[in-house]
Design a protein around this ligand. Sequence first.
Ligand SMILES: [Zn+2]
Ligand SMILES: [Zn+2]
Length: 139
Amino acid sequence: MNCPKCATDLVKKYYKGMIEVDSCPSCRGMWLDTPELDRLEDVAFDDDAHKGSLVHFQSKTNYPCPHCGDNLDEFQYRLYDLKLDYCAINDHGFWLDAEEDERVLTLMRHRAGEIQRKLDVESAWKQTLKEMHSFLRKK
Ligand SMILES: [Zn+2]
Ligand SMILES: [Zn+2]
């Protein structure tokens, strides 16, 4: 599989001890496969923590899905101002650019501090990935 952004060979990596991803050694982005996303465990969450976490359709990109080569669609996840590229045609998974995940984790750490809730940052991120995926799949 090749990186949709720079065409470098993707390397398998175990991301934060929770999911296997294909990461790009060159631009440091990563691809998350749909079957891997489905394997994430469900984490119980307050509904209000995710109110307004809508995904907006944005546009078609010129980046190819590493699985099927069809162009990825770009979406925006509003809650974290996160952009992601998604294989909308065949539901193969989605792509995160370098450091986008770290940005989200940082935001989650702030939230956890603000609301004084015992919130596991990695669990929150897992939940977010799952949510994004189930939302996109309904489209
Ligand atoms: Zn790359
Ligand atoms: Zn695809």
